[in-house]
Ligand binder design. Structure first.
Ligand code: NAD
Ligand code: ZN
Length: 364
């Protein structure tokens, strides 16, 4: 099944389904890619051994010339020095401006290989082959980049892929914790933009956690659709795109306060979404919704409460330092109702403190 994403730079298709990697040559051909264009497959050392051969073989069988390069499977691969190594591989393989980068992996590979495509010879085409559920998020929006020692994603560009081919069969080898983590962002997309999608997730939670291919395909497409809609209305940041940050103000602070790697990104965002729903209630912006949010996240095996060892003072300090905080007051994306979230500025510390107290309590 297909979704088309329209951006100012170009419009591109997102194909989602089981067994799609086998159809890659057809999809490339449909998009007008002839086999004369050299390809470079970028992957990581966990995904590579599982899927790189299959992808490379199906393409070389159809006459494509495909180089390949692998990076360590860790966030630490998103660096400028890694980018330089990948650039070396491309030059040595004789990649020219007609070439294309294939990004096979999760968000780390997508961001890194996407930035390689954005910068190599001032920009060449790239195709995303996402293998994590979370990558449904990173494959839409065109943000690519690497980390700097002083901050995550500090170096990057906007560079849209030519297409996204999401073979959901790859999700079967994804560790359970990564599956849950990806569902956190699926829930986020439903919650910020599609109330029917929230109900659908509630009804199909068992099939979704078991990675039923038809259900996961639908969940990915609907998640991508919400993100694509938000992004296309507000391509280079600013206002509306801020709602994509739902759950992330508390979530990012929590990731840092607990020590990176303690919570996965999705787990921290899950706790953050419950907190930011409670904050919406606290400020009288919405009817009581936090219990519903919490039940849905728990169904996907996600945590919904703060761990005892994470201190409020540290969370508040981190949120204060967040680039979105202004003059002692905080900015959040907060729910008005299921499917509708708004950017709210000037949130004082009092209600936020009361929210953290509640988020520390036991869940119902
Ligand atoms: P990841 O790419 O690190 O993948 C998680 C782990 O799962 C890795 O060890 C990977 O090797 C392994 N893996 C991936 N697919 C697998 C599979 N099918 N089978 C078995 N193992 C598999 O992490 P992620 O959660 O996909 O992405 C996180 C990154 O995405 C972060 O760097 C984040 O900054 C970025 N991100 C970017 C955007 C964006 O808009 N560009 C949005 C969200 C997140
Ligand atoms: Zn996120």
């Amino acid at each position: 099944r297909t979704l088309t994403v329209d951006t100012r730079a170009r419009s591109y298709p997102i194909y989602v389904g089981a067994g799609l990697f086998k159809r890659l040559p057809d999809l490339l051909e449909e998009a007008g890619w002839d086999s004369g264009r050299p390809l470079m497959l970028v992957t990581d050392d966990r995904v590579g051994p599982l899927y790189a051969d299959q992808v490379q073989r199906v393409l070389t069988d159809h006459g494509y010339r495909v180089g390949s390069v692998s990076v360590p499977a860790t966030e630490q691969s998103k660096t400028l020095s890694q980018l330089e190594e990948l650039t070396t591989a491309c030059i040595q393989a004789g990649m020219d401006r007609s070439g294309g980068i294939l990004a096979l992996g999760g968000g780390v590979v997508g961001d890194l290989a996407g930035f390689l495509a954005a910068s190599y010879m001032r920009g060449i085409s790239f195709i995303q082959l996402p293998t994590t559920l979370l990558a449904h998020d990173s494959s839409v929006g065109g943000k690519v980049g690497v980390n700097h020692p002083l901050g995550k994603n500090m170096i990057g560009a906007f560079h849209q892929p030519s297409m996204v081919v999401f073979d959901v069969e790859t999700l079967n080898t994804l560790p359970a914790r990564q599956v849950s983590s990806g569902y956190a962002e699926v829930v986020k997309h439903a919650w910020i933009g599609d109330a029917d999608f929230v109900s659908w997730l509630e009804e199909n939670r068992d099939g979704l956690t078991n990675l039923d291919p038809d259900l996961t395909t639908e969940a990915i497409l609907r998640g991508c659709a919400v993100k694509a809609k938000v992004v296309s209305q507000d391509e280079e940041e600013a206002g509306l795109r801020a709602i994509l940050n739902y759950g992330h103000t508390i979530g990012h602070a929590l990731e840092a306060a607990a020590g990176y790697g303690t919570y996965t990104h999705g787990e921290a965002v899950a706790v953050g979404m419950v907190g930011e729903t409670m904050l919406g209630e606290e400020l009288g912006l919405c009817a009581p919704l936090a219990d519903r949010m919490e039940a849905l996240l728990q169904a996907f095996g996600l945590p919904t409460r703060l761990r005892a060892d994470v201190r409020d003072a540290e969370l508040l300090e981190l949120m204060r330092r967040d680039k979105k905080a202004q003059q002692g007051a905080f900015t959040f994306a907060l729910p008005r109702e299921v499917g509708r979230v708004e950017r709210v500025t000037g949130v004082p510390e009092g209600p936020l403190q009361r929210t953290l107290d509640r988020l520390r309590g036991d869940s119902g």
